[in-house]
Design a protein around this ligand. Sequence first.
Ligand code: ADQ
Length: 460
Amino acid sequence: MSRLVIVSNRVADPRKAASGGLAVAVGQALEASGGLWFGWSGKVVENGTPGEGDLHLHNAGNVQLATVDLSREDHDSYYLGYSNGVLWPVFHYRLDLADFDAGYIGGYRRVNQMMAHKLAGLLRPDDIIWVHDYHLIPLAAELRAMGCQQRMGFFLHVPLPPPLILAAVPEHDWLMRSLFAYDLVGFQSDSDVAHFSRYVGTETGADILGEHEFRAFGKTLQVQAFPIGIDVDEFTELGQAREAQDMYTQIRDEYSRRRLLLGVERMDYSKGLPQRLKAFRQLLQAYPENLGSATLIQIAAPSRESVDAYASLRQELESLCGAINGNFGELDWMPVRYIHRNVARKRLPGLYRAASVALVTPLRDGMNLVAKEFVAAQDPDDPGVLVLSRFAGAVEQMHDALLVNPYDTTRTAETIQRALQMPLEERQRRHQTLLAGIREQDVHWWRQRFLDALAAVPAP
Ligand code: ADQ
């Protein structure tokens, strides 16, 4: 059996249950085959030399963790600059927030080259390599340039924008050409695959050999949608543990006379937080029966705080929350409870379960796992309602959510009102279908489908 090698910007110990996300997703696959997980250590060396970094090797059970430090200059140009200042905003359709500083690309290439160099020394000839996300698009091209011939797949966790938006990135042709060094490229949704297909058709003159097969630059590439899921069983178990139960009881008792709405995310401009607060304000204005009752708990975990756009988003949110509470609040009721912090993963299912409505309203999102976690945490006999943005990748699977356009404040408020008033029978029916969907297409299904597709790519 070939060894699995996972490469991602950050690396986590797969044995730590608190990790969530990618750690849960790939941890089991790594443990099954005794794999290697490679990425940045998270350490920044203040006076380090660009393009150089110490390699650290640890064993976590039968998984080997290999991490590299970054110099301050590499961190600022590769991570803050190009990955989070250019690719993240553009891939989320926010050209207005992109910082096209010509100096960043050098760091991005240099770090990918260095990572490839360090990784190449650890590889075995029959390894299967799975690279994750926008930080590492050119990694396979760098490995190939060093003579590595292993099977390589890439999965993009964020959306791929339409060709004309992508074309705003000065290095877009180089980035897309780099993808052809992989054997398989996976996206979150069919709309991302359609954007890829249109891009390569118009910009590279690739031959479209089939729905999932493209040929350009002397290379054939398989491309497919692999919508990521959650580990439903793990999340359900988490919900039965004491921390989640305590959280549930505490919130339910505290809000026994209220209707609870919930938003949970990293503080990020892609998540549509100001638009959501405006829709909530509209709900209070247009449907006054909610006054004194509807309460929005908005958890926004700190994220990338040294990037400018994030600091101004935080200010905007704080001022919106303050204005809503000031205008509508009473001595015994505050409409918004805004918390700029992480909630411990163990407590999250309890919080989700106590909410009547989840507001998952990003302006653009590759998938959005909060939508799936909310569904998994509900009491099937008395489930809450999911209000979901039509711009989240999750929408292609979660048809039984109430869909909204987060830019349309009036209709979003109308939909939230509908969610608050939905009869029990309809809530149960929608929840049952949503739960069956996320259970069938869970994170194990996602991983297995990707790895099977990678193994099935014909040898060159
Ligand atoms: P994210 O943008 O981080 O992920 P998401 O998919 O919602 O978004 O995943 C967030 C995870 O972090 C969830 O497991 C959630 O429970 C947790 N989380 C978020 N806010 C939290 C908070 N305040 N406290 C505690 N936990 C919190 C990127 C892409 C998504 C894609 C995922 C996976 O942007 O579109 O779905 O990767 O591919």
